[in-house]
Each structure stands twice: as C-alpha cells, then as structure tokens.
Write a protein that binds this ligand. Structure first.
Ligand code: MSP
Length: 506
C-alpha cells in the first residue's frame, strides 16, 4: 500500500479577493502535493474557504448581499484562480457546507461533554477585522497589536475553552517534537508565548448570527477560528471514520502564513488534545510578501492580483517565481523587475535554451531519432552523477519545505547541462564521422539529464515540463521510476522544442 500524505492550506476568507499572498501558500501546497504524488505517496491536498464570522457578515451587509450570496460569489474567484494556476487539490471545503457544520458541532459538543468547554462571561477588547479579543495589556496605543486598527470593548456571555489546562501538555509536545512548528524562529516565539501562560479562550459569540450555533444553545455562535480550524478534519469526513479520515488524519503538514501561526500552533493542538485526537505532524509558517518594498494593502492600492500576473507572464513563471525568489519561511519582496529577471535568466536562458539547443542538435545530427549511448567518458559520468545526486538532494530539501533550495539544486544540473554542451562541443564531433559514437553518447546524456530534470520540475512547473517531456518523446504522466538514469529509450523520436519561455523586456 502507498504511504499517505496529507497537506493543507489555510481556508481563505471570502470577504477579500485572492492576491499573491493567497496564491503563495496554495502554490506551495500544490508543489508539495505533486512532488509527493511523484514520489509514490497517496496524497490528499486540501484547500477551501472560510465563510463564517462577523467579518464576512459585515462585508455582506456593505455589499447589500446575504453572507451566503457573498460567499458564493467570492468563492468562485478563488476556485477559478486555482484552476488557472494548475492547483491539483483533491477537495475544496467551504465552511458553509453541511459536512463541515456537522463536524464542528460534533467536536464542540464532545469537548463540552468532557468538561473542557464551559459557560462564562467575557469582557475584553475586540478587534473585528482580526476576529480576536485582546487583553488591555497587549494593546498598542489602544489599538490592535496585529493590525493597528481601533478595538472595541465587548462584554458577553460566552463559552470558554479550558486552554490553560493544556499549557504543560502543549509545551511538552512542542519540546518533544522539534519538527512540529517550523521554521525554528517561529517555534521559539510560540514556546515563549506558551510559557507566558495560556488563558482560557472564548469560543462563542452572541453579538452576531452568521456562523455555526453552539449545540443546545443557539443564542451562541461558535467562534470563527474554532469553526475554521476544524475544516482540516471535517473535509476528511470527521467525525465519521471514513476511509479518508482513517488514511489521512493526522495531517502531515499545515501550510500557513506567519500571521496565523498562533491559531495553528496553540489553539488547534489544544482543541485536539481536549478532544483526544492526534495532532498534525507539522505546522509550517511562511513569511509575508511586500510589494516593491511596501506592505501590500487595499488602501495603498498595491495589491498584486495573481490573474494579472498570469495574463502578463504565464502560469509557470508565476509558480516558479513565488517559490524560487524567497526561501520558504522568510519574508520577501515582490517586484516586476525581479520577476522578469528570473524569467529571462533562469527560465528562458538556462532552462529553455538548454532544451531547444539540445533537441535541435538531436534533430540535426540524428534526424530526431535518439541514438543509443556508447561507453560513458569521464565528462559524461560527471553529468550523470550530478543528475542522479540531485534527486536525493531535492528530496531532502522538499522534506524541509525548502522549495527555493530544491530549485537551486535542479538549476545546478541545468547549468551543468549547458556547460556540458560547451565542453563536449557536439558541433565539432559532428564534423568527424569517426566520432559518431561519441556524438551519440553526448546527445544521449544531454537529453537524459534534462528528462530527469523535467520529471522533477513537473511538481513545480507542470505545464512547461509536460511540453519538455513531450519534445523528449516521453510520457507526461510521471512516476518515481522515471527518475532513474536510463529511462530514455534509444530510438525515441525527439522533437525540436520551441522556446519554453519567451524573454521579456524588463
Ligand atoms: N481564514 C483564515 C485562515 C483560517 S485557516 C483554518 C485567514 N484567511 S486569509 O484569507 O486572511 O489569509 C490566508 C492566508 O494568506 C494566511 O496564511 C496569510 O498569511 C496569507 N497572506 C495574506 N497576506 C499575505 C502576504 N502579503 N504575503 C504572504 N501571505 C499572506 O487568515
């Protein structure tokens, strides 16, 4: 049986339209999902939408719609974008779906019955855009410490989750599992947050109605983060012991942005502990994108729309740029100049040229019929070794979610391929009939190295790799065995590849 792998993205709020921040996590999840499928895993890749809460209710009122009308409209924009970006999610969960509402009510009731949710009264400062209560001591100049917007004093009867009870258990779990929260700097932040003391958490609201009612007391709406986090299980069928639930829970990795780490690394695991359920293996918080050096925001009118980028540069350029430009886990800056630079240099020059040069030579010297290699000389062995070593290197990087490093490792082989052409000079070999075998070997190694490169790249830039593999006469449906050297069969028809990426003016 195949080993299973479950990766999730956050579920996105429907009061906003998708921007590159959303596309970033989703593309990262997709690359990981595609990579794991390639490596023989049974993968479940989940994304979705977060549709409840006061924020969505307010946005709907402003737009003159019901919250569900708003959600139905905005969710289509997410789904259409994911389709354009080639996102291979297995499922898309909406928190307004029955399957989700049922599961949330179930886990809430379960924790209530076990005594770790109780009814009390709440009074504190509330930030509506962040859906978060803040103690006075954490406010910064009377404003929300996260978004710097004004907060309001709210007092309400509320259900509380006994989070304080799980402080030591959570700390012990984090300390015993160094991989649980990543990257390390974020893990340290969470450790000190937990050590500072966990307060019981208000997990219901009575000031609005757009959400899932508390079972048995529908004056109360379940707190939107309690509702949202549970999506990772309800999508699998929780609380039923469905095949998906049994195969895929606990998740291997929750991919999220750094701003929502506390919800995923403190709230979520303690909810699960209270319900007696296993915790996800890893929560990875990536950094934030600024735009041309500035914070991305509606008010600055500098929100980068992924659709606009795709129109201008193409899907795979966007996918590649997002994962190559910034080490996953760090903040980064988006600029058109940086994107065009990556496109021209890495994609058009290095990767694209290599394929068009090599396939053109195969057509010119062998009428496009791939010759069998003779014995490999040192220089050929060198390229072969670089190519085969890359596979383990990439695998280690992918385990660490070091996408940018994985791509660097692939590009070292691309550069080695370009250098190999220059050093082995096929055009000189072609002039000498006695060198026919040598020329055959060079062409074989050159194309075989690129075949393996594109099998790996199929996780990152699937449409481009499909084109490349087609011109190399290979099947496009790739699997782990396709990473073995020697997969390219003598006699295969090679087609001259058109430029994979047209260069653009900066
Ligand atoms: N609905 C919650 C998540 C619930 S998950 C159980 C939410 N939604 S969101 O739509 O506001 O944000 C989703 C993700 O987008 C977050 O991971 C956030 O980090 C990410 N980003 C928002 N702006 C971003 C950047 N400028 N750069 C990178 N990621 C950013 O939070």
């Amino acid at each position: 049986m195949k080993p299973s792998f479950y990766v999730t993205t956050p579920i996105y709020y429907v009061n906003d339209v998708p921007h590159i921040g959303h596309a970033y996590t989703t593309v990262a999840g997709d690359v990981l999902a595609r990579y794991k499928r390639l490596m023989g895993y049974d993968v479940y890749f989940l994304t979705g939408s977060d549709e409840h809460g006061q924020k969505v209710e307010k946005a709907a009122t402003t737009a003159g719609e019901t919250p569900l009308e708003l959600a139905d409209r905005v969710v289509k924009r997410y789904q259409a974008l994911w389709e354009r970006l080639g996102i291979s999610n297995n499922d898309f969960i909406r928190t307004t779906q029955e399957r989700h509402k049922k599961g949330v009510a179930h886990i809430f009731k379960d924790i209530l019955d076990k005594g770790d949710i109780y009814l009390g009264e709440y009074e504190d400062w509330y930030c509506t855009p962040c859906e978060t209560f803040w103690p006075e001591t954490q406010l910064i100049e009377d404003r929300c410490p996260d978004c710097n917007r004004p907060v309001e004093k709210l007092k309400e009867e509320s259900y509380f989750f006994r989070m304080s009870k799980y402080q030591e258990q959570l700390l012990a779990h984090i300390e015993a599992n160094p991989e649980f929260i990543q990257p390390k700097s974020k893990r340290n932040e969470i450790i000190s947050f937990v050590k500072d003391g966990l307060r019981d958490l208000s997990v219901s609201r009575t000031t609005f109605t757009w959400g899932i009612p508390v079972p048995g007391n529908d004056k109360h709406i379940i707190y939107v983060w309690f509702d949202a986090l549970t999506n990772y299980m309800t999508a699998l069928g929780y609380p039923e012991a469905t095949d998906n639930y049994r195969n895929f829970w606990p998740a291997n990795v929750h991919l999220i942005g750094k701003d929502i780490l506390r919800f995923h690394a403190v709230y979520w695991p303690t909810f699960l502990m209270a319900a007696g359920l296993p915790l996800p293996e890893k929560v990875f918080a990536h950094g934030w994108w600024t735009v041309e050096g500035q914070k991305m925001s509606k008010s600055l009118q500098n929100v980068v729309e992924p659709n606009m980028l795709i129109d201008k540069y193409g899907v795979d350029v966007v996918r590649y740029f997002l994962l190559r430009e910034v080490p996953f886990g760090l903040d980064g800056d988006f600029s058109h100049a940086a994107l065009v630079q990556r496109l021209n240099s890495d994609l058009a020059n290095d990767l694209g040229n290599l394929l068009s040069r090599s396939t053109a030579m195969a057509v010119k010297y062998f009428d496009g019929i791939l010759p069998a290699p003779a014995e490999l000389a040192d220089i050929d062995q060198g390229l072969k070794k670089k190519t085969t070593d890359m596979i383990d290197h990439v695998d280690a990087c992918m385990d660490d979610l070091a996408f940018s490093k994985a791509l660097q490792a692939v590009w070292e082989v691309v550069s080695a391929g370009n250098k190999y052409i220059d050093e082995s000079a096929p055009w000189t070999l072609a002039k000498d009939p006695n060198q026919k075998d040598r020329l055959a070997t060079v062409m074989y190694c050159l194309l075989e190295s690129q075949r393996i490169v594109h099998v790996l790249l199929s996780a990152f830039i699937p449409a481009t790799s499909e084109k490349a593999l087609t011109s190399l006469g290979c099947q496009c449906k790739v699997e782990k065995a396709d990473l073995d050297w020697g997969g390219l069969q003598a006699g295969t028809t090679i087609i001259k590849a058109e430029a994979l990426f047209p260069r653009m003016e900066g």
